[in-house]
Design a protein around this ligand. Structure first.
Ligand code: ADP
Ligand code: MG
Length: 239
């Protein structure tokens, strides 16, 4: 069945050069931190950058970046606000601090609606903080955002490594391009993925990160931002 939103989403994303989907199939591994700070770093480098928080149940990019009183405006579709130099859209705009009791296909539907109405304009990058897991919502996103390149986040934990291996195989079968693999919360030991052709680097465990939540200027001074900056430089200069 052809869903009319498919062509609308493509039209909405027409001015976006690259879509980076930050994913990782587990919670608490730093996906939101990486997506938010990556958008911040790209914007500071002068790239036109947008950020879309699709983690409906735990939208947190606005908390990480301290975006408290930004609001979208409506015209033909909705226009995301510019906050921290980033064109920003999040389900948190609609949930108003409450938990959103969505699950399964509801999450997909809400995400698709958001993609169908958001006017991104011209962007060099759209960073997407993906819904957790490789459930329907996550699979639907890569199906609908056809140009999405995956930035896969893992940690040194054995379970995260195994989950990532299986997930990468799945996305390869689905022909979703892999931009790269990042190991977060590294303890300085070489990553299990360090020999993978798409391994981009590690981000050290940074005990100061939590304390600077909501303060973008201070986030930029952390070792987290320094490590992620080196990784972003790899693909932030192409195109
Ligand atoms: N490299 C790191 N060093 C220290 N704390 C980190 C690091 N990466 C993430 N965190 C912390 O871990 C918690 C979970 O991160 P988050 O980005 O919300 O993960 P996810 O989006 O995968 O659930 C947050 O409190 C965050 O500040
Ligand atoms: Mg998250």
């Amino acid at each position: 069945m052809i869903d009319p939103r498919s062509s609308i989403i493509e039209k909405r994303l027409a001015g976006v050069k690259r879509v980076i989907a930050v994913t990782g199939w587990k919670g608490g591994i730093g996906k939101s931190s990486i997506a938010s700070v990556l958008a911040l770093l790209l914007a500071r480098k002068g790239h036109r950058t947008a950020l879309l928080d699709l983690d409906f149940t735990g939208a947190s990019d606005h908390i990480i970046l301290g975006i408290n009183d930004a609001h979208y405006t409506e015209e033909t579709g909705i226009n995301p606000p510019l906050a921290c130099g980033i064109t920003f859209m999040s389900m948190s705009f609609f949930s108003q601090g409450r938990a959103v009791p969505l699950r399964g296909s509801d999450v997909s539907q809400a995400a698709l609606e958001l993609l169908a109405v958001t006017q991104w304009g011209e962007q060099n990058f759209l960073v997407v903080d993906m819904p957790p897991g490789i459930g329907d919502a996550s699979l639907d996103m890569v199906r609908w955002i056809k140009r999405a390149e995956l930035l896969a986040v893992t940690t040194p934990a054995v379970l995260a490594v195994e989950t990532l291996r299986r997930s990468l195989a799945l996305f390869e079968r689905l022909n979703v391009p892999l931009l790269g693999i990042v190991e977060n919360l590294s303890a300085g030991v070489p990553s299990q993925f360090s020999h993978h052709a798409k391994f981009l680097g590690a981000i050290r465990c940074d005990p100061n990160l939590e304390a600077v939540t909501g303060q973008p200027e201070l986030i930029l001074k952390t070792s987290f931002a320094e490590d992620l900056g080196k990784i972003a430089a790899v693909f932030g200069q192409e195109h």
